[in-house]
Design a protein around this ligand. Structure first.
Ligand code: GLA
Length: 713
């Protein structure tokens, strides 16, 4: 039964309004989504003003974009839903049956009586952060199976003004690369089939008014909270409307609903903001902090960590680790993470995944001796694990070759010499839970780096595609482990940042953003990452002087600055650093500790230097008393461009003291005018003039940077 009036619903947040028109008998539509409208906005009028003109050679009654357009009755764009019942019921027409609205939470129930399907669409607007989340649920009310191919988690309209898309591409060590393209006149589609969010196709996009910048333009952001396969779509429709769809990509036969069964999509997240990428990221960051992340991220200091990977790889020698721990503690490190290579027979990446016992040669007394040493030096201990994987050359695989995802009589491609355990099998997850639980009970481990180093293919469970089941079972395994060990923090890693989204972040405290420790390349990755994610979860490390993944040599100063405004870590062989370098690194760590409270609570602000080879961004404290900005000269400045920096985010009425943080790159110091003020006494200026007029600062050499500390006078 359809409930009575109102037939228009508005979901309001601090800054935006989402208007739903449910006046018809079919699927309701969003008639407005944009800046918040006043109380007098007339929904009926909005709907009338936006009626479509009849297109020549079109249907007599054009079919408008709804919140769930379907196939078969004159909607010519991509439908939000595809599926069929044997050879029938491929076309669908849902009728509205019921609407519930409470506190910015809208639930729409629909039914297709002919196809015998029930559908519910759910929208929840978060009033303070402005983020709208949405999901769909489809139920088979028929008496035979329904084969579901596509069920969007959200189908949202965009205003038909000149717009640009911001999308992501990437590769291993090059995640979150931003690409800007004109909103297509046709359709832009991204399908990810890798079984994790992937290096190349992060499940998010933004759409902004043409030419949008860090502080200018209207932006709409979209993200799918799902760690498996996904499908994103941006389309211009012939009648002038535009739609964005996001959802889980389903393989053929992956979801076949038996009578009475339901499919619930992942949550999709969307946000409108006026004021460029800074405004939209500010809202998304707040949302992630308040509604997604486990509470300990907000409450606990982000500890500076040492990770052994690029320091020693598989070469675990307790004497060397001991030395490394001493040096790490002396530097001020607070968390020592033992990466891959600690378990039995693991001398390279060809064997032993699955056998999670400490190697008796490397660690004759188990991990206790090392952990005690680490703790006696005042550090916590963390451990690397890759629970979902197995090497064929392992005791686990020899015992249980049937425990992997596979398709019978088909090839089973290896990646990094490993296969994927089939988490839909109860004995597999029981084994994994017991093994991890035992490790956490046996040792005082406070942190797990949970890795996942391959894409899924031939991902079959009893012949059926199992990407979805695998993703859900993975969540379940982490959830059970967290419930049993609530104090343990988890980092999500997948050969770097190939599994990052709002759903995995409900159960993890940190992201290993990328295997790229090349500070130069890292900037592009971090710029992309921070569009959707706050900086306190962004794992970022000071790597070796010569990058292992690119061969580029960079100064310690530049490497430390690049990691400074994220969850800071060190990942290099500390034996290679001389006393001067160790002292310099120690100072960077001490500096970071003085400013890191801004990570969890501050506002991330991108600046817009005139020189396109320059990059600048910062964190401004919640009360705008302090801020820290990083100014980076990536390549030599373009000829004849201004070196002016304008600081946004400060209180225009207040006065601030500005100082460049030491240690400074010698080349920067050499070219400083007014050196004494910049590095010793500080310069005092008013927030408004810093924002409007800015200041000149020359960074002559490429691959140099400065940290600018700003404190209220
Ligand atoms: C992945 C991770 C690295 C490291 C190695 C260990 O590549 O991204 O940080 O942990 O695995 O094998």
């Amino acid at each position: 039964m359809k409930s009575t009036a109102p037939r228009f619903y508005r979901l309001d947040s601090q800054y935006s309004t989402f208007f739903v028109d449910a006046t018809g008998t079919g699927v309701p539509a969003c008639r407005y989504w944009g800046p918040r409208l006043g109380p007098d906005a007339d929904p009926e009028c909005l709907s009338l003003l936006h009626q479509l003109a009849r297109v020549p050679s079109g249907l007599d009654q054009p079919v408008r974009l709804s919140l769930f357009p379907t196939l078969g009755f004159g909607f010519w764009g991509h439908a939000a839903f595809e599926g069929n019942r044997r050879e029938t019921h491929w076309a669908h027409e849902f009728q509205l049956t019921h609407i519930e609205y409470r506190d910015n939470h809208l639930s729409i129930s629909l039914e297709d009586p002919i196809a015998k399907l029930a559908l519910s669409l759910e929208f929840v607007m978060d009033t303070t952060t402005n983020v709208l989340k949405s999901r769909t649920r489809l139920t088979n009310r028929g008496d035979n199976a329904f084969d579901l191919r596509w069920c969007a988690a959200a189908c949202l309209p965009l205003p038909a003004v000149r717009m640009e898309l911001l999308v992501f591409q990437g590769a291993w060590t090059q995640e979150f690369q931003i690409q800007r393209i004109l909103f297509p006149n046709t359709c832009w589609v991204r399908k990810n089939r890798r079984g994790r969010t992937s290096h190349d196709s992060f499940p998010g996009l933004m759409v902004g008014t043409h030419g949008f910048g860090a502080d200018s333009g209207d932006l709409y952001a979209f993200h799918l909270g799902w760690s498996g396969n996904h499908h994103l779509l941006a389309e211009s429709l012939k009648e002038g409307e535009r739609q964005i769809q996001l959802g889980e990509l389903l393989m053929p036969g992956e979801v076949i609903l038996s009578p009475g069964e339901s499919y619930t999509s992942p949550w999709a997240y969307a946000c409108f903001a006026r004021g460029g990428t800074n405004a939209v990221s500010r809202q998304l960051h707040q949302f992630v902090r308040q509604r997604i992340l486990p509470t300990q991220v907000a409450k606990k200091t982000r500890k500076v960590m040492f990770n052994t990977w690029e320091a020693i790889y598989f070469d675990h020698d307790p004497a060397v680790l001991n030395l490394m721990a001493v040096k790490a503690a002396d530097l001020g490190i607070e968390l020592f993470v033992l990466d891959d290579g600690w378990f039995s027979q693991r001398s390279d990446d060809a064997s032993a995944l699955g056998d999670w016992d400490p190697d008796s040669q490397k660690y004759p007394e188990g991990l206790s001796t090392l952990i005690k040493r680490v703790q006696s030096l005042g550090m916590d201990f963390g451990l690397w694990l890759e629970p979902e994987m197995v090497n064929p050359d392992s005791n686990l695989y020899r015992r249980h070759p049937d425990w992997v995802l596979q398709l019978q009589d088909r090839p089973l491609p290896l990646a990094r010499n490993q296969l994927v355990l089939d988490l839909s099998q109860a004995p597999v997850t029981a084994y994994l839970f017991d093994t991890l639980d035992r490790l956490l009970r046996r040792y005082p481990i406070t942190y797990i780096k949970w890795d996942m180093n391959r894409d899924l293919c031939a991902a079959g469970h009893q012949g059926r595609a199992a990407y979805r089941r695998q993703t859900l079972a993975h969540y379940d395994l982490i959830d059970r482990l967290r419930a049993a060990h609530p104090g343990v923090e988890i980092e999500t890693c997948a050969s770097g940042g190939a599994r990052v989204d709002y759903e995995i972040l409900r159960r993890t405290e940190r992201v290993w953003t990328s295997d790229c420790n090349d500070a130069f390349e890292r900037h592009a990755i971090q710029q992309g990452f921070t569009l959707f994610f706050p900086p306190e979860i962004m794992g970022t490390h000071v790597g070796p002087a010569i990058s292992h993944t690119s061969g580029r040599r960079l100064s310690l100063n530049f490497r430390a600055h690049t990691a400074f405004l994220g969850h800071f870590g060190i990942e290099c062989d500390l034996r290679e650093l001389d006393d001067n370098q160790l002292a310099e690194l120690k100072t960077h760590i001490a500096n970071h500790k003085q400013w890191r409270d801004l990570l969890r609570r501050g506002t991330y602000v991108r600046l817009t230097p005139a020189d396109e080879n320059r990059l600048a961004y910062g964190l401004v404290g919640p009360d705008r008393n302090r801020a820290i900005y990083l100014i980076v000269q990536l390549a030599k400045a373009k000829p004849n461009t201004s070196n002016l920096i304008r600081l946004s985010g400060l209180d225009p009425k207040q006065h601030y003291r500005l100082k460049l943080m030491r240690p400074l790159d010698p080349s920067v110091e050499k070219y400083l005018t007014n050196r004494k003020a910049w590095v010793e006494t500080g310069l005092v200026a008013n927030g408004q003039s810093l924002q409007e007029a800015g200041f000149a600062l020359r960074l002559q050499f490429p691959e140099t940077s400065v940290l600018l500390q700003v404190e209220r006078e």
